[in-house]
Design a binder for this molecule. Sequence first.
Ligand code: AMP
Length: 451
Amino acid sequence: MLENMNEKCAVVGIFGHEEASELAYFALHALQHRGQEAAGISSSDGKKLHTIKKRGLVMRVFDEAKLKTLSGSSAIGHTRYSTAGDDSILDAQPVFARYDLGEMAIVHNGNLTNAEEVRDNLIKKGAIFQTFMDTENLIHLIAKSEKDKLIDRIIDAVQRIEGAFSLVFLSRTKMFAMRDRHGFRPLSLGKLPNGGYIVASETCAFDLVGATFIRDVQPGELLVFEEGKEPKSIKVFEPTPKHCIFEYVYFARPDSKVFGQSVYQMRKNMGKALAHIDPVQADVVIPVPDGGVPSAIGYAQESGIPYEMGIMRNHYIGRTFIEPTQKVRDLKVKMKLSPMPGVIAGKRVVVIDDSIVRGTTSRRIIRMLKEAGASEVHMRVSSPPTTDPCFYGVDTPDKENLIAANMTTQEICDFIGADSLAYLSEDALLKSVNATEDNYCTACFTGKYII
Ligand code: AMP
C-alpha cells in the first residue's frame, strides 16, 4: 500500500446554488469529525475553477474573504485525515488539474486497493505524480483516456480502479458523484432549500444547511449534475453492497443517517445487545466519550443499571506532538479525558467504548478510573475484537499493533487492568444494524476481505 492514502475523509458537493462555496464550508464543518488534518474547497464560476486547501481545521483554513474568492454556483469540498508529521499540503484535497478538456477537481473518500499497480503503469507510460494520494491516479486516468467527453472519461477511469471510493468531480459546468460498486463508504443526495443539490458523506451536513435528504447515491451509480436539469443517474457497475460496518461502530456522527439508518439508533441497539453479554452486577454505566455514549445509553436502558457521566471530555485538545516520555503521554490522556470522582468513587463501574484498537486508550482509562476510586471496572466494547486492518478507508494500524490480533480476550483484560472484559459478538453486531443479508463489510473483525 502507498503511504498517505486517503484515510478517514469527508466529501461534499454543492450544485446550482449561488452560495455554493459557503454551503460547502458549512457542510465541511458538520463533517469535521471525519478528518482534521486538512480541508479544501474548489468552486466553479462556469469559466474557471478556484481552489483553496490547507492543513488545519475547516475553521482555520477558510474565512469570509477566502470564501468570497471561491465564486460560482458549484463547489466541492474535502476534509482529510493523515498520519502525524506529514505536513505536505500537496496531499490535501480537492486534487485540481488542467487537461485537454479544460479543468477539473476531485475529492475522494476511501482507499483504492489497486492504486500501486495503476500508478506503476501510469508512471511507465510517462505520468509524473506530485502526491502520494491514490486520488491522483484518477486525474491521470481521466486525462489520458481516449474518450471525447468528460463523462465517458470518468466512466473509463473508474472501471480501471478497484477498492472503496465515494467521489465527487467538478468541471467548469458540471458536477459528478460516484460510489464504488460495494458502497463501502457512504454518500447521500439532498435538495437545497433555495434550489440546487447537495451530495455529502453524511446527512448531518444536510441538516446544517437546511437540505432535504432525497436518497443515497447507489453503489455503482454515477450521478451527473447539469444546469437546469434533474440529476441524471448512470449505472456504471452492478451494485453488490458491502457497507462498512465500522461507520456505525465508530466513524459516522450519531445524528447522521448512514446506509439508510440512524447511526444513533444503531449504536443504541449495539449497547442493548451488549447488555446481554457477560452481564455484571454494577452500580453505574459510564461511556468513554464521545464514541461510547449512544451504546452506553442503550446498555443502561437494557440492563437497568443507572447511566452516569463518569468521564469528562475536553473538546479543545488537538493533537499534541510531544510524546517523549511516558509521563507526558499519560498527561496527554488526562488532558483529553478526566474522571469524575464524585460519580465513580467506591462504585462498581461498567465502562463502555465503541472499540479497542491498540488497547492503550482503555488501559489508561481503566487506570484513571481506579485511581479516582472505582471499586471495580468492567470494560464492555460495543463491537467485536478488531483483529484485522482496513484497506478500504478506515485508519487502522497493522495487524501486529492490533491488540486483539495478538492476545485472547482474557489477556487483553489483564493488559488493560479491567476486572472483566466483554465484546459484542459479530452476530449481535449484525443483528443490531439489521444486516440480514451479506451486505456489510466486517473485514476489520473477521479478516474476510471482499477485494
Ligand atoms: P486504542 O487506544 O488504539 O485501543 O484506541 C481505541 C480508541 O480509539 C477508542 O476509544 C475508539 O473510539 C477510537 N478509535 C477507533 N477507531 C479509530 C480510528 N480509526 N481512528 C481514531 N480513533 C479510533
